[in-house]
Design a protein around this ligand. Structure first.
Ligand code: C2E
Ligand code: MG
Ligand code: MG
Ligand code: MG
Length: 287
């Protein structure tokens, strides 16, 4: 019996692995054609000033609507795109598209706000990253101050000694630098002193339970204070409830992003929000 079930178990795992490998191959092939097939689009999630309720920025988030596979989550395809190197051309497209969109909103007369773009470690380590960013700015006519690049702690820690130089060149273009998912990576706080960072994005895993979990509350409080001491802006990701927002305001965190205010939206929907001038959830902020 044991032998039999053992063999069945093996076969079960074999089949599962084949399915995963096939699915992977399928996704990878799809990814290879996605750019030319125009299957990518950018959604934009507003970032909100917790005092005024005003939109103070946007994060560009990549969406893939595959012709053959339907909508595929970034959590599935971004790691794959990183593994097979496709994140480099895809990331270039994201930079160009986000810069063009930001410039278009400015041309329509809306108050200028920075648009944030997520950068993968692989993109950042490419020798031409500074040229790629400079080209995206020049082609779109967007001033560097209106582009923010979101980097992760692990990206800053893994890369070689030229990280500092690359960050310096990017800053020379006028762009803002933020640290995404702050607190979840391999954190050496020393890099905050060394690198020209403008903003910390508190990871949503800390924000989720701030109203109930004293440990998460303490971590978020500490990050807000760290930001204040080092004169870095701080924004809380994944803000979903009025309780979380109240906590953040009590702790004098000035900015937030999350479903409470708005999900990531197609550009046209964000244009409507900008025309309206306020977010639907803004009345919450008056309380
Ligand atoms: P991220 O940069 O940390 O982005 C925040 C994620 O949280 C987004 O997921 C966003 O839709 C989601 N989110 C926003 N508000 C809330 C909320 O209130 N609650 C919860 N639970 N989630 C919220 P998304 O769009 O699925 O992206 C996942 C990750 O994929 C991003 O995490 C980022 O690391 C990566 N990613 C997305 N677009 C790009 C891109 O253009 N380039 C690169 N390199 N990575 C990207
Ligand atoms: Mg991000
Ligand atoms: Mg994040
Ligand atoms: Mg993330």
């Amino acid at each position: 019996h044991a032998k039999e079930s053992g063999r069945n178990t093996y076969r079960f795992f074999d089949e599962r692995m084949n399915v995963n490998a096939l699915e992977r191959l399928h996704l990878e092939n799809g990814l290879r054609r996605a750019l030319e097939n125009n299957e990518f689009t950018l959604y934009y999630q507003p970032q909100v000033d917790l005092e005024s309720g005003r939109i103070i920025g946007m994060e560009a988030l990549l969406r893939w609507f595959s012709e053959s596979m339907g909508s595929i989550s970034p959590a599935r395809f971004i790691p794959l795109a990183e593994e097979c190197g496709l994140i480099v051309p895809i990331g270039k497209w994201v930079l160009q598209t986000a810069c063009r969109q930001a410039r278009s909103w400015q041309d329509q007369g809306f108050p200028a706000v920075p648009v944030a773009v997520n950068l993968s470690a692989l993109q950042f380590r490419r020798a031409d990253i500074v040229a790629t960013v400079a080209t995206a700015l020049a082609d779109s006519g967007l001033a560097g101050t209106w582009l923010e690049l979101e980097l992760t702690e692990s990206l800053l820690m893994q890369s070689g000694p030229d990280v500092e130089a690359t960050l310096g060149h990017l800053k020379a273009l006028g762009v803002r630098l933020s640290i995404d998912d702050f607190g979840t990576g391999y954190s050496s706080l020393a890099y905050l002193k060394r690198f020209p960072v403008d903003r910390l994005k508190i990871d949503q895993s800390f924000v989720r339970d701030i109203a109930e979990d004293p440990d998460d509350a303490a971590i978020v409080r500490a990050i807000i204070q760290l930001g204040r001491s080092l004169r870095l802006e701080v924004i809380a990701e994944g803000t979903e409830t009025p309780e979380q927002m109240d906590f953040l305001r009590d702790e004098r965190c000035t900015a937030a992003q999350g479903y409470l205010f708005s999900p990531p939206l197609p550009a046209e929907a964000v244009t409507e929000l900008l025309r309206w001038g306020r977010l639907p959830a803004a009345p919450l902020l008056a309380g």
